[in-house]
Design a protein around this ligand. Structure first.
Ligand code: NAD
Length: 358
């Protein structure tokens, strides 16, 4: 990577974005962040703010003239800005869909106009309900009705991927699509339904850990530092242009086992409680039994290897939850919670409301 590059990071005040910004600044680059702070936080950029090669702009990727101006001055754009998190997507489906399609189109159009290298964040939600073994980049998408908010998020991201691919093929855009699977680590907000920060927060406060359905659904969790290192490797590699890559961990754990691990690691006395999907997200919410990435393509091209394991991830999440805890915050207990002993996880598929790593 050219050490004098200037990067635009959309969504750079968010969870993944802010870690990427720190890594780019550490690498000696200039960085501009464009973020409207819907789910991002300026505190995430505390370290970056002290760097003279860093600039923050509060604004939207929907603002074409602002995006135009920023693309003129930057060499590379990493487009992470999106409406994310199951709660936001279920509660504000129209706004989310428009941000995730029109916003991305605006960034792509201007990247093409100025011939800028662009990396676009997509998601494992692309695969929908496909719960088969490790999912490779060419695995099938299996989706429910577009009237279900979750599948509209998946569809919006698919539209982004298609746009990135077609601009590459027909107009020479130097684009790369990255599909993040569940990514976790410091600065991830528990406010939008992400399972690990939520469990960590509940465990340190002595509240019940709320498990959706039976907790038999299985997931893999990648530390954000490993996701950022994959991004940096792909940015450096000319072979990544015009391609799509999964980024994720491939060791699976059931959500119930995860809750156990969090309670043990946090030395917490919290109980576990079970909440149906309908109670958590309203009727008709759909989810998948497993979601495991095949990262062969990323590893073969770049030599990427994750460095952190689940114990490291939980240590960070628990430390974050302790730091965030305000003793005067009221403890909320949902009346919809159902306290019942779970049946054993068996062959019957269960689902988990952990949309896009949340
Ligand atoms: P995040 O919510 O922390 O970051 C998204 C950022 O985009 C936020 O800072 C938000 O304020 C900003 N944003 C939203 N709308 C905007 C707009 N119109 N203009 C400018 N900024 C806007 O979430 P994240 O986990 O860091 O996700 C980053 C990207 O990675 C997203 O595109 C998301 O779809 C994708 N992703 C993340 C995960 C994961 O596990 N964290 C999984 C799959 C995909």
């Amino acid at each position: 990577m050219d050490r004098s590059s200037k990067y635009l990071v959309t969504g750079g005040a968010g969870f993944i974005g802010s870690h990427l910004v720190d890594a780019l600044l550490d690498g000696g680059h200039s960085v501009v962040v464009l973020d409207d702070l819907t789910t991002g936080r300026q505190e995430n950029l505390a370290q970056a703010q002290a760097n003279p090669y860093f600039r923050f702009l509060r604004g939207s990727v929907m603002d074409a003239s602002l995006v135009d101006e920023l693309l003129q001055e930057c060499d590379t754009v990493i487009h992470l800005a999106a409406a994310v998190g199951v709660k936001l997507i279920v509660e504000q489906p129209l706004r989310s869909f428009v941000t995730n399609t029109k916003g991305t189109e605006t960034v792509i159009e201007h990247a093409q106009r100025y011939d800028r290298r662009i990396v676009i964040a997509s998601t494992s939600e692309i695969y929908g309900k496909n719960s088969s073994g490790p999912l490779s980049e060419t695995s099938d998408r299996i989706l429910g009705s577009p009237s279900v908010a979750r599948w509209s998020y998946s569809t919006a991201k698919a539209v982004d991927e298609i746009m990135a691919g077609l601009y590459h093929q027909e107009r020479g855009l130097r684009s790369t699509v990255v599909r993040f699977f569940n990514t976790v680590g410091p600065r991830q907000s528990p406010a939008y339904g992400m399972v690990i920060p939520r469990f960590a927060r509940q465990a340190v406060r002595g509240e019940a850990l709320t498990i959706h359905a039976e907790g038999c659904q299985r997931r893999c969790f990648l530390h954000v530092a490993d996701a950022v290192s994959a991004l940096l490797l792909l940015l450096e590699h000319p072979g990544a242009v015009g391609e799509t890559f999964n980024i994720g961990a491939d060791d699976e754990i059931s959500i119930r086992e995860l809750a156990d691990r969090v309670i043990t690691q946090a030395a917490s006395a919290s109980p576990m409680e079970y909440l149906s999907y309908a109670d958590a997200y309203g009727p008709g919410f759909e989810d998948m039994e497993r979601r495991v990435p095949d990262t062969t393509k990323l590893r073969a091209l770049t030599g990427w290897q994750p460095r952190f394991n689940l114990a490291d991830i939980l240590t960070d999440a628990i430390a974050d939850a302790h730091a965030e805890w305000r003793s005067d915050e009221p403890v909320r207990v949902s009346s919809a919670l159902e306290q019942r002993p779970p049946s054993a996880c068996g062959a019957a598929p269960a689902v988990e409301a952990d949309l896009a790593g949340r």
